[in-house]
Design a protein around this ligand. Structure first.
Ligand code: GUN
Length: 279
């Protein structure tokens, strides 16, 4: 089965839209999302444009603040303070990557954890790792929602995650642990990566290497979730060699149209949840 992330994201967006209409009718308020975009990195421009469009479609008051690539760290920190104090703003997202004069850690730490819709602030990372209420990073959250649609009982399943980033691999592992999966995290220094992948009931790949995972890396009947978005010639492909793996896996997410749309839908969900907690 090919997992239709586009359809699932649309269902989620419809739910969010309805809830925002209800809130607006009752309170005359709507959630606000402010995105800070620094520089002219083309993929970031595309992601941010999509986030803005999707936010507006569900009734979120979306605002993008753009800076040139040579903006100072102080100027950005000052803006974040202003947004932290602004009651109209429910969510703040600073699009990554950042130019080298700007310290990513400082920027993430300066965002009010209650408005950290990316779930990157150490308070949210720590809450997630502790199994407490946390804002969860959008891509792993989207993957979990897709997994739950096709597998109601994740308990005891062996999940193998390829990639250990703060954005994807690490929070994905925390979420699956919470679902009582047995979790293996692998990465670029893992020995026998193929053999580790072959043990997976659920294989999640987030490394940014086009078509890394081949058909002989995947156990028959496993679920494969591909987080990769890579440009190969004029095509967008994932980290999994889709055409050859789709006949081995029981379910697989395509790229595009798999995890990607769910990431943005989960950003809208996180923004709505922040609004509800703050109001
Ligand atoms: N750059 C690529 N993915 C992301 C994301 O999920 N959040 C932010 N802030 N930047 C990104």
């Amino acid at each position: 089965m090919i997992i239709d992330g586009k359809k699932e994201a649309q269902i989620l967006r419809e739910e969010i839209k309805k809830e925002i209409i209800t809130i607006k009718n009752k309170t005359n308020k709507v959630p606000g999302l402010t995105v800070i975009l620094i520089g002219d990195f083309v993929p970031s421009q595309i992601y941010v444009r999509n986030k803005e469009k999707n936010s507006k479609e569900v009734g979120i008051n979306s605002n993008v603040i753009r800076y040139s690539k040579d903006v100072t760290e102080d100027e950005v920190l000052k803006k974040i303070q202003e947004l932290n104090n602004n009651k109209e703003v429910s969510g703040i997202l600073v699009q990554l990557p950042l130019p080298q004069q700007i310290n990513k850690e400082k920027i993430i730490n300066s965002i009010d954890p209650a408005k950290d819709v990316d779930g990157f602030h150490p308070v949210n990372v720590g809450n997630l790792a502790s199994g407490y209420n946390a804002i969860v990073p959008c891509t792993p959250l989207g993957c979990l929602l897709l997994l739950k649609k096709i597998e109601t009982n994740l308990s005891g399943k062996h999940a193998v995650i390829v990639g250990r980033s703060n954005l994807n691999g690490k929070p994905m592992a925390q979420l699956l642990l919470k679902e009582n999966c047995t979790v293996t995290i692998t990465h670029s220094k893992t020995k026998n990566l193929k053999e580790e992948c072959l043990k997976a009931d659920i294989l999640i790949v987030a490394v940014g290497v086009a078509n890394l995972v081949k058909k002989d890396w995947v156990k028959k009947g496993s679920i494969v979730v591909d987080i990769g978005i890579n440009k190969l010639g004029d095509k967008i492909v994932g980290d999994v060699s889709f055409e050859e793996v789709k006949d081995i896996a029981s379910s697989i997410t395509p790229v595009p149209g798999g995890v990607g749309p769910m990431t943005i839908a989960c950003l809208l969900k996180n923004t709505l949840n922040c609004f509800k907690k703050l109001n």
